[in-house]
Write a protein that binds this ligand. Structure first.
Ligand SMILES: [Zn+2]
Length: 145
C-alpha cells in the first residue's frame, strides 16, 4: 500500500503532529479514529437504504473530513468520486427538504475540475450549484405535498 504524503494544501493543521495518512473504514472509506471499519459498517443492516441527504448511511456533511483527507493526500480521483455522491445527496436534500445545498461540495468538485483544466465542468458545477440553491427556496408550486 502506498504511503501518501500530505500536501501543503488542506487548512487542517492536524492536532497530532506527524500522524500517518488518515485511517479510513475499509468498507465505506469514511475517516475514522481507529479500527478497520466504522461503527456504521460494523453494524449495518445489509438492506440499509440511504435516506435523502445521505451517502452510505451518513449525512453528506459527515463526509467533509474524508474529502479533506483525500485532497490532502493528493487522491483527487477518490475525492472526486466521493464528491459526486455528496453533490447528488445535497441536491436531493435541497429539492425535497428545502434546505440550502452545501455549496462547498460543488466548489470542491469545481476546484478539482480546474486542476485538470476542465473549465467547462467547473462552469457547469457553478450553474448546478445555483440551480440547486434555487430549488431549495422553491417552496410552493409544482412539488405538491
Ligand atoms: Zn464504514
Amino acid at each position: 500500500m502506498a504511503i501518501h504524503r500530505s500536501l501543503p494544501l488542506g487548512n487542517e493543521r492536524t492536532q497530532y503532529g506527524r500522524a500517518p495518512a488518515s485511517r479510513r473504514c475499509r468498507q465505506c472509506g469514511i475517516v475514522i479514529g481507529f479500527g478497520e471499519r466504522c461503527d456504521f459498517c460494523l453494524e449495518r443492516a445489509s438492506d440499509h437504504e440511504d435516506a435523502v441527504g445521505e451517502h452510505r448511511g451518513r449525512h453528506h456533511t459527515e463526509w467533509i473530513p474524508t474529502v479533506e483527507a483525500l485532497i490532502g493526500e493528493g487522491d483527487l480521483d477518490a475525492a472526486e468520486f466521493l464528491l459526486w455522491r455528496l453533490v447528488e445527496a445535497t441536491e436531493q436534500e435541497a429539492l425535497t427538504q428545502h434546505v440550502p445545498p452545501l455549496e462547498q461540495h460543488f466548489r470542491r468538485l469545481g476546484w478539482i475540475a480546474r486542476q485538470r483544466g476542465d473549465e467547462m465542468l467547473a462552469t457547469q458545477l457553478r450553474k448546478r450549484s445555483a440551480a440547486s440553491k434555487a430549488s431549495a427556496t422553491r417552496t410552493s408550486g409544482a412539488d405538491a405535498r
